[in-house]
Write a protein that binds this ligand. Structure first.
Ligand code: ZN
Length: 146
């Protein structure tokens, strides 16, 4: 393991053990289950006049799923919904192994770039992002499969 991979691993484990913005407050939410891994997560967002005021999450799952929900909650805070959608799209591209520009915009979410080598885990890394994307687009649900 090289130094960068080690750093990435530390960031993931920190968010997994000390999740930011965990716990729901009653905003519009999306609940997703990923049966292939057992991830079960709910994402809620408070969006006011096109600005994401807060994103909260609740659920159980693997370290990639739970930590990425925590990373996402910090990544998009106080961003416009347009900026958030662009960042989410860039994140998907990174996970597909595509070349991306201005990668620093992904901030701590860059730690998941190694997941692109493990296609079975891509859902774990994108489930929270997919939920937020759909919340921004005006959807909400009780539960669905991812
Ligand atoms: Zn998972």
């Amino acid at each position: 393991m090289n130094n960068l991979e080690n750093l990435y691993r530390q960031v993931i484990m920190d968010h997994y053990k000390n999740p930011r913005n965990k716990g729901l407050k009653g905003f519009k939410k999306i609940h997703y289950k990923n049966p292939s891994c057992g991830d079960d997560i709910t994402i809620e967002a408070n969006i006011e006049e096109g600005i994401i005021k807060e994103v909260n999450h609740q659920g159980v799952g693997c370290s990639i799923c739970c930590s990425s929900a925590s990373v996402l909650s910090e990544l998009v805070k106080e961003k416009s919904t347009d900026d958030a959608l662009r960042i989410i799209d860039k994140y998907y591209k990174m996970l597909l192994g595509e070349k991306i520009e201005d990668e620093e915009e992904l901030d701590e979410a860059l730690v998941y770039q190694g997941v692109s080598k493990f296609p079975a885990r891509i859902k774990c890394a994108t489930i929270a992002f997919k939920a937020l994307e759909q919340l921004i687009k005006g959807e909400e649900n009780e539960e669905r499969e991812y």
